[in-house]
Each structure stands twice: as C-alpha cells, then as structure tokens.
Design a protein around this ligand. Structure first.
Ligand code: ADA
Length: 577
C-alpha cells in the first residue's frame, strides 16, 4: 500500500508490490518481494554494490510511475529504455511515459547502494545505507490532463478556519484547454478552481473559508488522556480530526456536458504552528516534547519496514507516553507519517544528512543532492498536519562560514516552499555554533554522562547560558538528542557502561534534567531502537549496531524502557511549571 488511505477513486493505478525478479551484478538471481532490502536476502546481508529488479505488468497510454523510495541510486527502464534516474533512498520520485502501446511491459530498476564518488549523502556513517526498492512502486494510467500535487494550507482567522488550496495540474500535448476542478471536503462540495491549461504544469489556487471545520489537535498520550466512553456501546477514543480533500478535473464537452478526466484525494488537518518567544505553539498552546529519535531500521526488514511494523513502533510510543518522533536523519516513508497524522504524534521531519564535515559539504554533488532531498520532502509531505517543524543538516558544519552559507541556502528553500512551519537543525557545535540566527528553534544534541562525565544539570545550564549569549537567545530550545548505550542482556557488577542498568541510570538522570526545566521545549531521546551501522563503525559500535535504543533492533525491551515510560508519564513532563 502506498498510503494510509485511498488517493484516487477514478484514476487507474496498479501497485507493483509482490514478487520481482532480482539479480546482483555478480549474477546472484532470485525472486524477491518488493518493497524490501537485499540485506534481508540470505547471502546478501553485507552486499554493497549494484543489482537489478524487474517486474512485468499490463498497461498502456500515458504511464505515470511513482517510486516512493529506492536505496540509494535508481536508474529506471521501461522495456529497456531509460525513463528515470534518482539519488537518495528517502524521497519519492516520479516520471511520465506518454502514449505507450497497450500490452505487457517490463519495468527494470538498476539499484546501487555503494559509497561511490557521486554520492555525497549516502556515505560511511552511523546508520546503515541498505540496498533495494525500500518503498512502494506504483504505475498509473493518466489522461492528457492530470493532477500532480495538491497542497493545503490551513489559515486560522477570527471567524474560524480558512484553507488555501493549490492544485498543480500537468497537461500533455499542445493547445489550450479550459478545466474546472471540483473540490470537496469529506465528500461535501465547497467550491471550484477554473483555469486554462497550456502544455506543461499549471497551478490553480484559491483560499476558501471553512468556518465550521474542527481543529486538528495532537495527542499528548499522558496517562488518562484518552477518555474512552463506552456509554453508547461504541468504543470512542479521541482521535485528531482529519478531513479528506478531493479534487476532480472536469472538461467541458459543450452545452451543459462535462467529462471527468482525473481525481486526487489528500488527507488534511486544520491546525497552526508558530513560535512565540521561547515557546513553540500548536494551535496557540505551548508544546512540551517527550520524544524519540527513530531510524527507519529493523532487524527483520532493514529500512523497508512494513506498515504493521511501523504501527507496532507507534503503539510502543503510545505505551511510553511519548508525544513526538524525530525522523533522524532523513525524510520518512509516507505511510509512517500517515500513522502519525492519525495518532496525533508530533513529527520533526528532516532532510537527509548526518554529521558531515565542511569538506564533505564541499562535495561536488552535496548542494544539489541535499537541496533536491528537501524539495522532494516538502513537495510530497507538505499536507501532513503531524509535521510541526522542518529540520536539516544534523550535526554538520554550522560553526564555519561556508557551512553557515549552506544552512542558509537550505533554509531559504524551505521558507520559499513552506511559510507555515518553523525550522531548526540539531547542532553538536558546542560553544562555537554561528548559525542560530538562521533558525526559528535552536536544537542541541547532548550526551552528558555518556560521552563525557559532566553532571546533567551543570551541562544543561552551561549550554543554555551559552545559547542565551548567541543569536539563538530567546528562541525555543529543543534537546534533540540525549541518551546512552546498552547491550541487551548485559549486566555486570558496578554497572559499567554498556550495561542495561547503567543506560537506565544515565537516561533517567538526563530526561528528568531536561523535562524539569522551563528553558527547554522538550526532548528527543536518542534513540528508540538499536540500528545497524556499517562495518566501518565496528570499533565504537559493538555488534555493528548503534546500541542506544531502549528497545533492540527487534523491538525487545531493555531495562530503560520502563524507566522512560514512568518519566514520560509524569504530568509535569507534559507541561511547564
Ligand atoms: C550524534 C548523531 C546521531 C548518533 C549519535 C550517537 O548525535 O546525531 O546520529 O550518531 O550521535 O549515537 O552518538
């Protein structure tokens, strides 16, 4: 499944999941299910290189292909003719092939997950770059006029909600065509967009008022927050209010006749996020984050985590009384974002980058590859109400002039595409970061008691005092990473580091310290689950895993799980004093 809901009633589409033919460059061939990572195919657990996937399908006319994620570089061919190229495992891409003869066709995707000289973001790093078609592939049959994207912007007014609706339509072929786009919210028609299309892309947009729209609220998941009443026999659990926004493209046939050419359904929420002083306000109320950093990584699936396993992770988030997730360090599978929308989990989504030096940020492809990733992330994920902030460039060179230029360039792109969400980046440039003037929210990755033995309270005060002397003064501050490691099952006298007991001690002190202070807008624990790292990190990552999860890579719980749960359950961790 591509999304958590149906995105079309009218458009003809086929999800190309199921069995594909697979072969590595060395000739290892087998049939595999897609989406998947080749590290889950026996014998290929550590394969880095190239491989091909092939799938036959029936279709014809204008074929629109949607690739939700291929890790990490894809070259796509239809019946042997190249139709698309894409870099980055974590963002969707699409392509159109016009006037294809109806019949049986072969789609081939050549995939490369090597750390080659063209790759500036998928490099040796503290997370694993898997290989494969890690997210769904869809083929659609579209008319000569079809909807490419719908963007919905909620606008709060004194009289209730307005909504700006932008519909991006593509016209194939020459000539001018008048169209009417019929708009409905939960199947209730509320207006039209009309316009004349010429070849290529046209954006039609207008702001409509929705005075009776119900506001989308995130869930705080504090104990007792789900008032469930079964009085009328139904199980009523409060859920954030989501609406289905439908757009239908009609063309006039003369007189009073019209013909439906295409449709698209988006799911939206009426909510507003903004920064006021040192607080992040969600519908006017300050949020206090009790979150986790979550890599898309699983011991059974690699980064191709199936929908049910994503849902299982979020059931643990709810059990842990967490209200937020950070998609460290790249855009996530849209089905996960759909679940966060439905559950009301606050999402910090970020562009793909982790810990790149100034030299790595000077890689010949770095600017384009990271700007492309941001553009694809926002263009595709704009409508998710659970995303309250955009992040970029985790722990990159925000302490150098060149690095700051790059951060500025990327924030400019974000603000150009989305003026409604605050921006941030997670810094580790302690006492030397020069880029806080670029952000709405300051975020810091700290590891007191793990990477250094400075007492938590002392270190938090040092960091906050420093920030108040920089261009980040007075801005909200998020502790975007804090944590400690533990090898599952390891216990030893004196609780040395890597024991579960020591992890619990350290994390308890860290979380209590951060959540007990007024000066922070909350915390994202590093990290939710243990995640795989490449052999190149073996010296500091026992088992070739980043072992700072409170569950292991199979979601088995460590001792610290219950400790985090009890801290996050405390009411004072959900509000300020
Ligand atoms: C950094 C980085 C994370 C992870 C973490 C750790 O803060 O942002 O990706 O590497 O350190 O485990 O040390």
């Amino acid at each position: 499944m591509e999304r958590g809901f149906e995105t079309h009633q009218f458009r003809i589409r086929t999800e190309l999941d199921g069995l594909w033919n697979f072969r590595t460059q060395k000739g290892d061939a087998r049939r595999v299910s897609v989406p998947s990572c080749w590290e889950t195919y026996p014998g290929l657990e550590r394969y880095q290189g190239k491989a091909s996937y092939e799938k036959k399908f029936e279709g014809g006319g204008n074929l629109h292909f949607i690739f939700k994620g291929v890790s990490h570089t894809a070259d796509c061919y239809l019946d042997g003719v190249k139709i698309a190229h894409h870099y980055n495992a974590f963002t969707p891409f699409e392509t159109l092939v016009e006037n294809v003869e109806r019949g049986t066709h072969t789609l081939r995707i050549d995939v490369d997950n090597s750390f080659n000289e063209e790759s500036s973001l998928h490099v040796m790093n503290d997370y694993y770059t898997y290989g494969g078609i890690n997210r769904p592939v869809i083929v659609e049959e579209v008319e000569d006029i079809y909807i490419e994207r719908i963007h919905f912007t909620p606008i709060r007014t004194e009289k209730g909600w307005n909504g700006k609706i932008s519909v991006r339509v593509r016209k194939i072929g020459e000539g001018i065509q008048k169209i009417r786009i019929g708009l409905a919210l939960d199947d209730e028609t509320f207006g039209d967009l009309t316009g004349e299309l010429t070849q290529g892309v046209t954006v039609l947009e207008e702001t409509f008022s929705f005075p009776n729209a119900e506001t989308y609220e995130y869930r705080d998941f504090l104990p007792g927050s789900a008032e469930v009443n079964n009085a009328d026999g139904e199980i009523n659990i409060p859920a954030p209010k989501l609406y289905y926004l439908t757009a239908e493209v009609w063309v006039s046939l003369g007189e009073d006749e019209e013909m439906l050419l295409d449709d698209m359904i988006e799911r939206i929420g009426f909510r507003e996020v903004h920064v006021e002083g040192n607080r992040i306000l969600f519908n006017g109320r300050p949020i206090k984050l009790r979150g986790f950093n979550r890599h898309e990584d699983h011991g059974l699936y690699g980064c191709a985590i199936p929908y049910d396993a994503m849902d299982y992770d979020l059931r643990l988030f709810e059990d842990l009384h967490a209200n937020a997730v950070r998609t460290c360090h790249y855009p996530n599978d849209e089905r996960f974002l759909d679940l966060c929308d439905e559950l009301g989990i606050l999402v910090w989504e970020e562009g793909h980058a982790r810990g790149l030096s100034e030299e790595q940020m000077r890689h010949k492809n770095f600017r384009k590859q990271s700007l492309d990733c941001i553009e694809e992330m926002i263009d595709n994920h704009y409508n998710h109400p659970s995303i309250y902030i955009w992040g970029i460039l985790n722990e990159c060179a925000s302490h150098t002039e060149y690095g700051k230029e790059i951060y500025a360039e990327q924030f400019a792109l974000i603000k150009q595409m989305d003026q409604t969400r605050p921006t941030t980046f997670a810094s580790c440039q302690f006492f030397k970061d020069i880029s806080f003037d670029l952000v709405d929210v300051v975020s810091m990755n700290l590891y007191p008691l793990w990477y250094h033995d400075t007492p938590v309270e002392e270190y938090l005060t040092q960091i906050n005092d420093w920030i108040q002397g920089t261009s980040g003064a007075g801005k909200p501050i998020i502790i975007s990473e804090i944590g400690a490691g533990a090898i599952p099952g390891y216990h030893a006298p004196g609780n040395p580091k890597w024991t579960e007991d020591r992890q619990k001690e350290i994390i308890s002190e860290q979380l209590t310290g951060v959540l007990g202070r007024e000066d922070f807008s909350g915390v994202y624990l590093w990290q939710f689950c243990d995640g795989r790292v490449p052999d190149g990190y073996f010296y500091s990552r026992p088992r070739c895993l980043n072992n700072k999860g409170i569950v292991d890579q199979y979601r088995n719980r460590k001792q610290s799980y219950e400790a985090v749960k009890s801290i996050y359950a405390k009411a004072e961790c959900g509000t300020y004093k």
